[in-house]
Every structure is written in structure tokens, then in C-alpha cells.
Ligand binder design. Structure first.
Ligand code: PMP
Length: 405
């Protein structure tokens, strides 16, 4: 691409030069970041049909013409897409949008925490868990809720406190399908289904839980479709975390409280973001009867997983999580795994810091301690661009060859 006759390109870390064509020999394989850029080629294939042109006068109001903050058409497309993916029951449920599943996670904590009990609700998740549940709950902590740690330690719940369990299914970091581990009158469960799409997992049955959160980030890959307005001091708002995702919620009271949270924080979700999401979902539901993105996503991620597993199969120093083939409602057959992350373990006794072992081999991973387990574990992101994956595989291959020598 040239602007004013000069080449312009955004090189990633590993390429340099005016056309990003020169490989930087010692550049690290960055498997830390979790951008789902593996979907970029899909959108390049549909560049024209997914493009959006918005006139300056369009959608200037805070609200849509029917005075709501949410596009009904977008809501309908979301229901349609879930019906195609067969991954969630949306009939008879309210749908709300938030400026980020990141924001909705906190909205759920606000909505579900006990307002009049003398002790705060405890937010818990089974280890290994997605770190944001803790970091966000700690940051926004009020008299009504606090982070309570590992859900498995709360089974007795001897002080009968209100518990809000986050269940990530499939889980980040180990990509296993999960069910809540806590039950009873004091437990409210929030299902974070960010990765519950055929790209990343078999779909054993449509999800039908009370509170479910999905995100556009991991469905279409548009993690960067965020727009931020700082609204209210107590509801700290990080502009880089704002975007469009949705929650599917059963209970009107919880729904209203979640909507109030988002409205109080943002006055609704960016109309531009909603327009973009609508455009993307229109393409998705049309192409290949709505199946093309899932076929593309599944095939890409499955092949990556196969190659990575194959590379590590000869190693005694490193092991990968096991994910068994599972029946998939979308494909109506048993299918192979296609996870978003590799959850790598250093098996040698002396390798207590596995991130360090990998760093020495020029690979950047995310340490186990962030997920509340020992640093013998590392999460490697395999959902970025093909280049990123090839470099990661190349470096892992080198490392494994050293270890089997
Ligand atoms: N939940 C899980 C389990 C995630 O892994 C992520 C992102 N990595 C999110 C929620 C948040 O994603 P986003 O804010 O882009 O919707």
C-alpha cells in the first residue's frame, strides 16, 4: 500500500523494511497475546461485502429511532447466528449488549451480588481460571462483592455467603468444556462462553444456562471493535477495553440490573460498533448458509492443534493438555479438538518456571501463576496469524529436538 508515493505498512514484530518483507532473525514468537487474527484471511475473502461506509450525518443520536440503545436488527441476527451454530438457546430470553464481555463480566457481578446481606458476595472460579475475574473484581470491589478464589474450595460454604461462580466453557487457558462446580441456594452461576463456537470446540448441546456471556471478539475475530467514553468515576472505564459483545440472560431482574450497569457506565453501546457488528453478522449468516466461518475456523484451528501436538509428541520435557474428540451438535458427529490455546507443562522437576524455559528459546507465553496454578504451566496462544503460529511451531520444534537428542 502506498500513500503519497511512500510505502505504508504495519509490520508485525518479526518483519521489517518498507514492505515488511525482511524477517527479523531473533524476533520472539509471541504466543502471549490472544487476538483471534486467524480469522483475518476469512474477512479478506469477504472484504467488499463486509466493508462499511457510514455517512457523517448517520446515527448521530445517543439512541436508535425507536428510542432504544440497542439495534433490534442486530439482536435478531445474533439469535439467528446462535441458531445456525446450534450453540445456544435464545428463545424466550432477553438479549443485552455491553461495551465488552470484559464489561459484562463486571455487570454480572454487580447484578448478581447480594445488596442487603451483611457479608459481601464472593466471586469464584475453578482453577485454572481466566485472570480477569480476579483482577476486575479486585479493582471494582465494593461492600457488596469481593474475589473469593478457587471455586473448589468453596464447596462447604460454611459461612453461607452468596457465591457468584464464573464458569468458562471452554475454559481459558486449558480449553476444556466445563460445568459449574457449586450448587445450592447461595450460588449464582455465570457462563462465560467466549469460546463456545465451532471454531474452538465441539458443541455437545446448545447452551441454556441462566446467565451466559458471548463475545464478538472470538466469534468474528474483531477484538478491536472497541470504542470508549469515560462515563463515571466509580465505574472505571478503560477505553481500550470497550467493544460489542452480548449477554443472554434469563431473569428480568438480573437483566435490568445488567442493562442499568451498562447504561450507567456508557449510555449504551457505541452505535458505530453495533453497525459494524450488524454488517459482519449479515455476511456470516449469508456465506455458505452461515457455515463458512465455522468450517474455516474449525479447519484452521484443528490443523494447528494437530501440528503442534505432533511436534510435541516426541518430547518428554513438555506435555500438552489432552482434549478428547467429542460429539458436536453443529457437525452432528464426533469431531477433533481445535482449541484456542495450548496449555503446556514443563515435566522436568528442575523446570519450575516454564515461561523462563520457553523465553530462553525465544518464545513468549503466559505464566501459569496468572491462572492460579504453578509456573510449571504456560499458556500459548495459537489463534493469532498463520505467521505467528509458524514461528511458534518452528521454535518449539527446535526446542524439542534439543530435548530428544
Ligand atoms: N472471557 C474470556 C474467557 C476471555 O478469554 C476473554 C478474552 N481473552 C474475554 C472474556 C474478554 O474478551 P472481550 O473483552 O474481547 O470480549
Amino acid at each position: 500500500l502506498k500513500v503519497d508515493g511512500k510505502p505504508v505498512c504495519e509490520c508485525n514484530l518479526c518483519f521489517q523494511g518498507p514492505y515488511c518483507s525482511e524477517f527479523v532473525p531473533d524476533c520472539p514468537a509471541d504466543a502471549d497475546r490472544h487476538d483471534p487474527l486467524f480469522l483475518e484471511p476469512f474477512w479478506m475473502r469477504h472484504a467488499a461485502s463486509s466493508a462499511l461506509l457510514v455517512a457523517g450525518w448517520h446515527r448521530m443520536s445517543y439512541v436508535f429511532p425507536d428510542q432504544t440503545y440497542v439495534s433490534e436488527e442486530l439482536e435478531n441476527y445474533i439469535r439467528k447466528l446462535h441458531a445456525i451454530a446450534k450453540n445456544a438457546v435464545t428463545d424466550g430470553k432477553y438479549i443485552a449488549f455491553g461495551c465488552g464481555s470484559t464489561q459484562l463480566i463486571n455487570a454480572a457481578v454487580f447484578a448478581l451480588s447480594s445488596q442487603n446481606s451483611s457479608s459481601p458476595s464472593r466471586v469464584v472460579a475453578l482453577t485454572p481460571y481466566y485472570p480477569l475475574y480476579k483482577s476486575q473484581t479486585d479493582y471494582f470491589q465494593t461492600a457488596h462483592f469481593e474475589f473469593g478464589g478457587d471455586a473448589s474450595l468453596m464447596k462447604n460454604n460454611s459461612d453461607a455467603s452468596q457465591l457468584i461462580e464464573f464458569v468458562t466453557s471452554p475454559n481459558n487457558p486449558d480449553c476444556q468444556l466445563r460445568k459449574g462446580v457449586l450448587q445450592g441456594p447461595y450460588v449464582r452461576t455465570v457462563y462465560d462462553h467466549a469460546y463456545y463456537w465451532p471454531h474452538f470446540t465441539a458443541i455437545p448441546a446448545p447452551a441454556d444456562e441462566d446467565v451466559m456471556i458471548f463475545t464478538l471478539s472470538k466469534l468474528t475475530g474483531h477484538a478491536g471493535s472497541r470504542l470508549g467514553v469515560f462515563a463515571y468515576p466509580q465505574l472505571y472505564y478503560n477505553p481500550s477495553f470497550v467493544f460489542a459483545r452480548w449477554a443472554i440472560i434469563k431473569d428480568k431482574d438480573v437483566f435490568d440490573r445488567m442493562v442499568t450497569y451498562v447504561t450507567s457506565a456508557e449510555l449504551g453501546v457505541s452505535k458505530d460498533t453495533q453497525l459494524r457488528a450488524l454488517k459482519l453478522l449479515k455476511v456470516l449468516t449469508k456465506e455458505g448458509n452461515g457455515r463458512e466461518i465455522f468450517d474455516y475456523g474449525f479447519k484452521t484451528m484443528m490443523e494447528r492443534w494437530k501440528r503442534l501436538s505432533q511436534t510435541l509428541s516426541s518430547s518428554t520435557r513438555f506435555s500438552l493438555q489432552e482434549i478428547s474428540p467429542n460429539y458436536c451438535n453443529f457437525y452432528d458427529k464426533v469431531r477433533d479438538p481445535s482449541p484456542a490455546y495450548a496449555w503446556l507443562k514443563c515435566e522436568n522437576e528442575e523446570d519450575t518456571d516454564c515461561t523462563k524455559v520457553l523465553r530462553a528459546a525465544n518464545i513468549i507465553g503466559r505464566p501459569g501463576s496468572l491462572f492460579n496454578v504453578e509456573n510449571r504451566y504456560v499458556r500459548l496462544s495459537i489463534l493469532r496469524r498463520q505467521d505467528d503460529f509458524e514461528l511458534l511451531l518452528y521454535r518449539i520444534n527446535k526446542l524439542v529436538k534439543m530435548d530428544v537428542k
